[in-house]
Write a new protein. Structure first.
Length: 223
């Protein structure tokens, strides 16, 4: 990564500030809570993009970079996050694991990305929609910066009628509250309001509580 790639575009404001504060506090231990437990979902999300050599992919909410080593080494990866503390861990990981295909890691608000339209062949967000204040705006931005026909992938928890999963919600609720994680998103409502062209959905992680939503970028959300 070039030094110019680690600049801050603008300080986060409003509701986002409390999220930044929380992730600054927990950055040193984030991997202990969300590393191995959420790895299957991260890897499944990356696989379903079917990335080809030379393509550019954007990860929205890259955090400490837990997923970076799972990308094919012949694609160029850019990651954004609003927490400098989390990005610091990600940069250490890139250096330690010699991930030369990581093009840049940038402090940027997912609600208002500064990338040009159609900058990436694929865009993925993992465990982000339950944290951001406006998930639909994040989807709009993901669609805007992804080329037409490209892959959009969302890995997240969505509400379900399963009593087993609802019990799991209750168990982890205190931990999720610390990380500003919300359980409120309904999959059907979300896909309809976001105007997503769903290619496939699959489940992952403990109790299959995570949904991988694989979509084709049809630009409808920005129409």
């Amino acid at each position: 990564m070039k030094q110019a790639d680690v600049t801050t575009d603008r300080p986060p404001k409003g509701q986002t500030q409390s999220v930044v504060k929380a992730y600054t506090t927990f950055a040193p231990v984030y991997d202990l809570f969300f590393g191995r437990a959420l790895t299957p979902g991260r890897r499944a999300g990356i696989r379903c993009m079917d990335l080809q050599p030379g393509q550019r992919v954007l990860e929205v909410g890259v955090g400490t970079g837990l997923s970076l080593s799972d990308y094919p080494r012949d694609v160029q990866v850019t990651g954004i996050d609003i927490s400098d503390a989390m990005l610091g861990k990600a940069r250490e990981r890139v250096t330690r694991q010699k991930l030369d295909n990581v093009e840049s890691l940038v402090n940027m608000d997912a609600l208002a990305m500064t990338f040009d339209d159609s900058s990436f062949d694929a865009v993925i967000s993992m465990y982000v929609m339950a944290v951001v204040p406006d998930p639909l705006q994040v989807v709009r931005e993901m669609s805007r910066v992804c080329r037409p026909g490209g892959n959009l992938v969302i890995v997240n928890y969505f509400r379900t009628g399963s009593q087993r999963v609802r019990w799991n919600e209750w168990v982890v609720k205190p931990l999720c509250k610390m990380f500003h994680f919300r359980f409120g998103l309904n999959l059907d409502v979300f896909t309809e309001e976001a105007k997503l062209e769903v290619v496939d959905t699959m489940r992952a992680n403990i109790f299959n509580h995570t949904t991988i939503l694989h979509c084709r970028n049809n630009g409808a959300v920005n129409a």
